[in-house]
Structures are given as C-alpha cells and as structure tokens.
Design a protein around this ligand. Structure first.
Ligand code: UD1
Length: 420
C-alpha cells in the first residue's frame, strides 16, 4: 500500500470543485444494467470504488465507453455468476448486483460483499426483503445464490431499520415487479432520491424517494437516456472541516448545500462563518480555533456517520470539551487510536467518545484503517507540527477524487510514496 508524507502545520484555504457523489454513482451504475438500451451517466467521480464497479460490470458482458461521462450498454448482459471474489469483496456496493441481475437473468451466484471495516455490516435485511418480494435466496460457502420466477412480486415492506443499502436493493428489485411495492421506514438519504430520479428519467414509476415512504409501481421496460448524478455531500463536508480545523477559509463549488443542513448547522456552532448559494457553500474560520460541538450520527437528515471521523478530529483540536456519539456503525472509532499518537486527548465510553480539545497535534507515524478514517488522519497531518507519515493510505482513493491535488491547491504539503 502507498503512504503519504505530510508536512504541517498549514492553513487550508481556497476554492474547490466538488466531485460527483460516490454513494449515488455506485447504485446508479448497477441500476443501469436493468436497462437494455444505452445510458449516459455524467458527473461520475474518478475513484477506486467506481473502477471496481466498472470492472464488475465488464465481467457481466456490459459494454462501457469511458470519456467525460460513462456510456453503458447492458443489452448483452449474459453472465450471472463469474464474479472475481476479490472484486466483489472490494466494495460493499456489489450487493446491489443481485436485484438487477435477477430482474434481467432470473438467477445469480455471487460471493458475499466487502467494504470498509467499520462494523459487522450484515446483509440480513437485503435478503429478508428480497425474499419478501418473491426471490428464493440462500447463502452457502460464502456465496449468495438467488432466483426469481419470471419477475419479482410487489409487496408492502416495513423496514425494521432504515438501511440505505437495503432500501436500494428493494428499489432495484421492485422496478419491474408485478404489482406495487411500498417501503415504509425507507432510508431518506439524498443518494436514494438520486437513484429514484435516475430510474424515473429512464421510465420507472417511483414516488416518495427522499421521504420515509417510497412507492414503486412496476413497469414493463425502462429506456435509455442521459443522467447527471448529484455532488458528493461527504466530500463537501470534509473540505469545509479541513478549512475549519486550520483556521482557514474555503469555497466549495458545484455542490448542493441543502443536502448538508445538519453539518452546516454544527459548523456554525463551532464559530465558523458559513455562507450558501444554490450550488456552492463557503466557510471562513477567520484564523480562529473552532469551538467544540457535540454530534450524534444517525440516518439522514441526522449527522452523517461518514463525516463523523472528520468532525471528531475538529473536536479533538477545538476549544472545550465535546461528546461524539456513533449510532450507525459499531467500529468507527479505530482511527482515534492513531490520533492519540499525535497528541489527541479522548475518553472512550461505549459508542461515545469524549473529546478534550488540545492546543495542537504533533506529527507521528500512523496507519489508515478505512476510507473516512484516512481523510481524518490526512487532515490531522496537515495541521500537526512536523512530518506525519500515514501508511495504508490507499483507502482514501476509494472515496476522494484526486485528493492530493485538491489539498495541495488549498496549501497542503503532501507527497505520495507509491508502494508497487
Ligand atoms: C451506506 C453507505 C455508507 C454510509 C451508510 C450509512 C454506500 C456504498 N455506503 O452504507 O457510506 O456510511 O450507508 O449512511 O452507499 N444493517 C443491518 N442489516 C443489513 C443492512 C444494514 O443490520 O442488511 C445495519 C448496518 O449494520 C448499520 C445500519 O443498518 O448499522 C445502516 O446501514 P446501511 O444504511 O445499510 O449502510 P450501507 O448501505 O452499508
């Protein structure tokens, strides 16, 4: 794995273009194989997770033209089982192959999905609800086997937990289902709304995405078309925090601040000046230190768990004491042990950490443990005194497009050492 060498402290300031959303792009890529005509998807971020999703699609016989946008044609989809295990394991999103392939080919064999090690990440809800929609599914020797008889059957699903992934699996299944599907307690994340907008553009009949009740009327066929995916709210939040922790200022362009309400509110409480427009937002910390602010992660519109590590870092260098509560993933504080090596002062209490802001962080030799943890450590390196070395940095390429380039444009001093 590669490593980063970061020299600090620096103040991060400037402007940045936010990339397309990873978590919207992944389900939309897999949804495109529901369609047997060409689909053009714009604003796809250049990320490792997206590369891996594309590789999986190529294994299915899907034709993909890469340019400024992606043109996908799944007319010749033929393969329901040859998925290289390492590819499937490389992304959690591979679970979303099941519903589209069942819809197109009636059967699938695929190994269990992977993803970041931030918790147990079970798939029981995906399986339970696909069964409710008429699929026969079983797991044997770490493989998932699934079948449907002609089509899925619409059903009323009351989700016991508002899961993003399971909501997406249900939508992708119900699209061609016989009868109507109603999902209650559905996840409300903007990425789900984006998936529904994409599918509706191609002829689907989905109502209510973005609320807790989604209604899907099965259609006979989807058609091809062009769609531009939304901007990445997690990347936006990350760059705003980068400016906040370094006393700097930033303008994030090509983004939608409406999808970031709670994060902007919390950043205002830290004392930052926040301004927003239709497709931009800015933060100015005016050379000050942020004030500590409590956060509790939760399903949208609550505080995103994917911005928890970045905001925890803010609290660890802020003025005062704060409490960070993680309610989504049980293993999402691992990176804090690395920050402790840099001088952070924390106290762990079940799913909470109590942060006591320190004056400054010091450089250290540390290790990245997952995607969002990596960015938190990189930002820590930017504000720490001295030379920080972060090993296993490749996680960051899964979710941040040209991260060094973007951070260097804001004033960071980062070098990647490749390990071939
Ligand atoms: C997605 C995002 C991830 C984000 C998360 C929460 C993608 C590729 N990933 O992950 O970045 O952090 O939403 O916003 O979009 N659960 C079960 N059984 C299941 C499925 C989930 O118990 O079958 C639990 C999970 O362990 C977790 C909670 O439900 O505690 C929420 O998980 P979920 O919303 O499904 O997250 P992901 O879709 O995996």
């Amino acid at each position: 794995m590669d490593k980063f060498i970061i020299k600090g402290p620096v103040q991060l300031k400037g402007k940045i273009n936010i990339s397309g959303s990873k978590n919207a792009a992944l389900p939309i890529l897999f949804a495109s194989i529901l369609i047997d005509e060409s689909v053009e998807i714009q604003n796809i971020p250049k990320l490792k997770d997206i590369d891996n999703a594309i590789k999986l699609l190529l294994h299915l016989g899907v034709k993909i033209k890469k340019g400024k946008s992606l043109i996908i044609n799944a007319n010749n989809l033929y393969n329901h089982y040859i998925f290289p295990k390492n590819l499937v394991k490389s992304i959690r999103a591979s679970i979303w192959l099941i519903s589209p392939i069942l819809n197109r080919l009636g059967k699938i064999k695929i190994s269990l999905p992977g993803g970041c090690s931030i918790g147990k990440r079970p798939i029981d809800l995906h399986i339970k609800y696909l069964k409710k929609l008429g699929a026969k599914i079983y797991i044997k020797n770490n493989n998932i086997y699934a079948y449907i008889n002609k089509t899925f059957k619409g059903s009323h699903i009351i989700m016991e937990k508002s899961s993003v992934g399971a909501t997406i699996s249900i939508i992708l299944a119900a699209i061609y289902a016989y009868k109507i599907t109603i999902i209650d307690n559905a996840a409300k994340e903007p990425e789900i709304k984006d998936l529904a907008n994409f599918l509706n553009t191609m002829g689907a009949k989905i109502k209510g995405a973005g609320t807790n009740q989604i209604i899907i009327k099965g259609v006979l066929k989807l058609k091809g078309g062009i769609y531009k995916i939304i901007s990445d709210r997690i990347e936006t939040g990350t760059f705003l925090i980068a400016a906040a922790i370094s006393g700097g200022q930033i303008l994030c362009q090509k983004t939608n601040p409406k999808n970031l309400d709670i994060v902007l509110k919390k950043l205002k409480y830290t004392g930052a000046e926040i301004k927003t427009g239709k497709n931009w937002c800015s933060l100015n910390m005016k050379n000050r230190k942020p004030k500590a602010v409590d956060i509790i992660t939760g399903p949208y519109p609550d505080f995103p768990t994917d911005i928890q590590p970045q905001f925890t870092l803010l609290n660890l260098i802020a003025l005062g004491k704060s409490k960070v509560t993680e309610t989504i993933f049980e293993n999402r504080f691992l990176y804090i042990h690395e920050l402790i090596k840099m001088g952070a002062n924390v106290f762990f209490k079940k799913n909470q950490v109590i942060c006591k802001g320190v004056k400054k962080l010091y450089s250290a030799k540390i290790v990245a443990t997952d995607l969002r943890a990596s960015i938190s450590l990189v930002l820590a390196g930017c504000i720490a005194s001295g030379k920080t070395i972060i090993n296993n940095i490749n996680y960051i390429d899964r979710g941040y497009e040209t991260i060094e380039k973007k951070l260097i444009s804001l004033g960071a001093n980062i070098k990647r050492i490749k390990n071939n």
